[in-house]
Design a protein around this ligand. Structure first.
Ligand code: ATP
Length: 284
């Protein structure tokens, strides 16, 4: 038997870092949603007790470091599953980009293996398992739009944002989330981000208020280390995107665009100097 799952990319509409906790994690408040740029997982049953990962992407680990592998091993251990699985990852989401590609693959593996092995694990339990794999995994299990608190695993589902075009641009650098948090100094008094404004703008489906209230406290850290992120932001703004922000710990920058007529201008303008540019829709 075979099952397929889509693993969409997430973007942050806000990311506020509140403080560093005693356990080393940062307490955050962020609004996250998904876009229709997705990896695709094909999961086939293996009679042997093994987990095999393959992918056309040469630049991700295919061993126990792969988050889909870790998801499979976690489910196998917890539910004493004797069968093995062969997982093929068709990667479309750029890696180490701030788009939670690995987390979404892990979440898709949890959902898919739950079906493949007919385990009937409730969604909340899949999310608890996901939290053991990474802070963004619980959100990726359900997708939608959520306010995430704690280290990202405490979720409050909210309405989806108003539909619009999303232009994603990734400069040719890979950024480690741990490294960005390591450089972040919560005491430095960066501009606080108001997730409340973002949430209210979504409740009232006010696109322009959403664009002006988005903010990401990690942006200064990544921009400080990689000036190309600032350049991309400025270019997107100049080309007419309505709201522009870096996603997660970066380096991907996204622009929200309400009018189809403007999307081609933003895309073509960016393509002049950035190789990885995508035009997608919010997943609503
Ligand atoms: P986040 O925003 O959750 O920090 P990200 O988009 O910045 O995620 P990922 O694409 O998830 O970053 O990759 C982070 C690291 O995880 C990479 O260095 C990669 O080698 C490793 N990794 C493990 N499994 C996967 C996977 N299935 N897909 C992509 N990267 C993976």
């Amino acid at each position: 038997m075979k099952v397929y799952e889509k693993a969409p990319a997430k973007i942050n509409l806000s990311l506020d870092v509140l403080y560093k906790r005693a356990d080393g994690y940062h307490e955050v408040e962020m609004v996250m949603t998904m876009v229709d740029l997705a990896d695709r997982l094909e999961m086939s049953e293996l009679p042997r007790d093994t987990i095999i990962i393959s992918s056309q992407a040469g630049y991700i680990p295919l061993d126990e470091k792969n988050l889909a592998f870790q998801a499979a091993r976690l489910i196998k251990d917890r539910y004493q599953v004797k069968q093995g699985v062969y997982i093929h990852l068709d990667k479309k989401i750029p890696v180490a980009a701030g788009l939670a590609g690995g987390s979404s693959d892990a979440a898709a593996a949890l959902r898919g293996l739950n079906r493949l092995w007919k385990l009937n694990i409730p969604t909340e339990e899949l999310q608890r398992l996901g939290a053991e794999l990474g802070s963004d995994v619980p959100f990726c299990v359900t997708g939608g739009t959520a306010v995430a608190r704690g280290r990202g695993e405490k979720l409050e589902m909210i309405d989806n944002p108003p539909q619009c075009w999303v232009v994603l641009a990734k400069p040719p650098i890979n950024v480690s989330t741990a490294d960005v948090y390591g450089r972040f100094n919560a005491a430095k008094g960066q501009r606080r981000i108001s997730s409340k404004d973002v949430i209210e703008s979504i409740e009232s489906q006010d696109f322009h208020r959403l664009c002006s209230s988005m903010g990401n406290m990690l942006e200064d850290v990544t921009v400080g280390a990689y000036p190309e992120v600032r350049q991309l932001k400025e270019s997107m703004q100049r080309l007419g995107a309505d709201g522009v922000m870096m996603s997660g710990s970066g380096p991907t920058v996204f622009g929200l665009v309400s009018k189809e007529s403007k999307v081609a201008r933003v895309y073509n303008g960016l393509r002049g100097f950035c190789k990885e540019v995508y035009v997608v829709r919010m997943l609503t």
